[in-house]
Design a protein around this ligand. Structure first.
Ligand code: ZN
Length: 489
């Protein structure tokens, strides 16, 4: 399979020609959500980034197995209250099964991903469904001499690993610094070194999610699930591993180390990381009050939002930045994206109706080559979109008679624009009746029925008020024989 695609590899810190290990097959693993809460803006970027990677690789003819996991085993996090994991705490407060909560949030994540028009992964394994395999990998690492048991927990021995391997090669961290600088963590005293990390943790009495192992009743360390599930479904060596830049360290660095000593191989050929989202220039965080859930974004119900933004607008907005660059989120930037996207979609409609001429005065092939070059250059969607807007100008110029296009060129432009906009970038085009339009119709019909009631009761003050208020909002009401008609100005 020949392609011109180059991918920036976080591991080598340079762009590399994309040559899969076993073409035409491509194995891609992306770290999925931790299902402890509603999906937020931070979930949207990796989902959309790797959706476009998935879509474009398939478009190029590769047979992609895309694995994205669900983290549902309730791992301890540094900021968890008193060491109680988040799922366990909510389960206790709401009297729910922990798996009931994980399912609830998994469902809402899936709903949001569908709204964003991301394709479903080929396999979506749950960490809780792979406890035995995680215990097995911990045993192998222990047997190979790169882990130790301490008070019922198993820790990865970073010092032993570092004798022959470079711990820190992905993130660029220096081991000596890690040994001395790592913040004091829970269970710290059990570890030989600060940099060591848990493969298995003995559960404290209040920890609800727990499984039996030879060492203790406990739960696997978070990093382990990704090493286990990627190896299980993609093999000991696979092509692409993706995730957010926030996972670079420690998560991915630990994955590299675990997989290496468990299988003896470097598991991943291309490491890809999407950059982070800031909000009005600030890092997103619950404590900063700028934490926006996807449902809030789509409904406009958040104090930082001036309006609702459709999932498609959010998708287009994210694709206007390169995935490796930070992206700042603001009302003005989103509104600009919404406008630009509409201009593109109107041109797509115009393109359907354009008539061909004898000759072309436009250079279709040059423009299209530039579009594919942008995609091949590490999925450079902002450059691609700038060329799409060049195409918009071209289309409008043909439509107004300032330029002409010959039949083959027209067919080529139509089919490639359709492929790029809808198949590769995953946009849907003008949405004729989305949810919010349907809701609006219901509300207007309700008001106008109330108005008819008022009129029949000779309450003309109310009837006029409803009509005038609607008119102010740009909704034109016309009385008819059978009732009413209305339209939006
Ligand atoms: Zn992971």
């Amino acid at each position: 399979m020949e392609s011109k695609l180059v991918i920036y590899n976080t591991l080598s810190r340079k762009k590399e020609k994309f040559e899969p290990i076993n073409p035409p097959f491509v194995g891609m693993y992306v770290c999925g959500p931790t299902v402890y809460g509603d999906a937020h803006l931070g979930h949207a970027r990796p989902a959309i980034t790797f959706d476009v990677v998935f879509r474009y690789l398939q478009y190029l003819g590769f047979k992609v197995r895309y694995v994205r996991n669900i983290t549902d085993v309730g791992h301890l996090e540094n900021d968890a209250d008193e060491g109680e994991d988040k799922i366990a705490k909510k389960a206790r407060l709401d009297k729910l099964e922990p798996m009931e909560i994980a399912q609830l949030y998994t469902n809402s994540y899936h709903r949001n991903m569908e709204q964003l028009n991301t394709l479903k992964p080929s396999i979506e394994p749950h960490a809780s469904g792979h406890i035995l395999e995680q215990i097995e990998m911990a045993e192998t690492i222990l047997k190979n001499g790169f882990a130790y048991e301490s008070n019922g927990s198993i820790y990865f021995d970073v010092e032993a690993y570092s004798k022959k391997n470079h711990y820190g090669k992905l993130s660029g961290r220096v081991l000596d610094d890690l040994m001395s600088n790592t913040r004091e963590l829970d269970g710290q005293s059990e570890k030989k070194n600060n940099a060591d990390f848990a493969l298995w943790k003995k559960a404290s009495p209040e920890h609800i999610m727990r499984w039996k192992s030879a060492w203790s009743t406990g739960f696997p360390g978070w990093h382990l699930e990704c090493s286990v599930m990627s190896t299980k479904y993609l093999g000991e060596e696979f092509d692409i591993h993706g995730g957010g830049l926030d996972l670079l360290f420690p998560h991915h660095e630990c994955e590299i180390a675990q997989s290496k000593v468990a299988t003896g191989k470097d598991s991943v050929k291309y490491w890809m990381h999407n950059n982070m989202i800031t909000i009005n220039g600030q890092k997103m965080g619950k404590s900063l009050g700028n934490f926006i859930k996807l449902d809030e974004l789509f409904s406009g119900k958040h104090e930082l939002l001036e309006q609702a933004y459709s999932p498609q607008t959010v998708r287009f907005f994210m694709l206007q930045a390169h995935y490796r660059n930070p992206l700042d989120f603001s009302n003005s930037a989103l509104k600009a994206a919404e406008k630009g996207m509409l201009r593109l979609f109107v041109a797509m409609e115009t393109l359907k109706k354009i008539k061909s001429s004898e000759d072309s005065t436009v250079f279709v092939k040059d423009l299209i080559n530039k579009m594919y070059d942008a995609l091949d250059d590490d999925f450079n969607t902002p450059i691609l979109i700038s060329h799409l807007f060049d195409a918009v100008k071209m289309i409008n110029s043909i439509a107004t008679g300032n330029d002409t296009i010959e039949a083959n060129d027209l067919f080529y432009l139509q089919s490639v624009m359709n492929d790029i906009v809808y198949v590769i970038l995953g946009l849907k085009g003008i949405e004729k009746s989305d949810d919010s339009n349907e809701k609006l119709s219901e509300v207007v019909n309700l008001l106008l029925n109330l108005r008819m009631e008022a009129k029949s009761n000779k309450d003309f003050a109310t009837s006029d008020k409803i009509r005038n208020e609607l008119t102010k909002m740009g909704i034109v009401v016309k009385d008819t024989k059978d009732g009413f008609e209305w339209s939006i100005e």
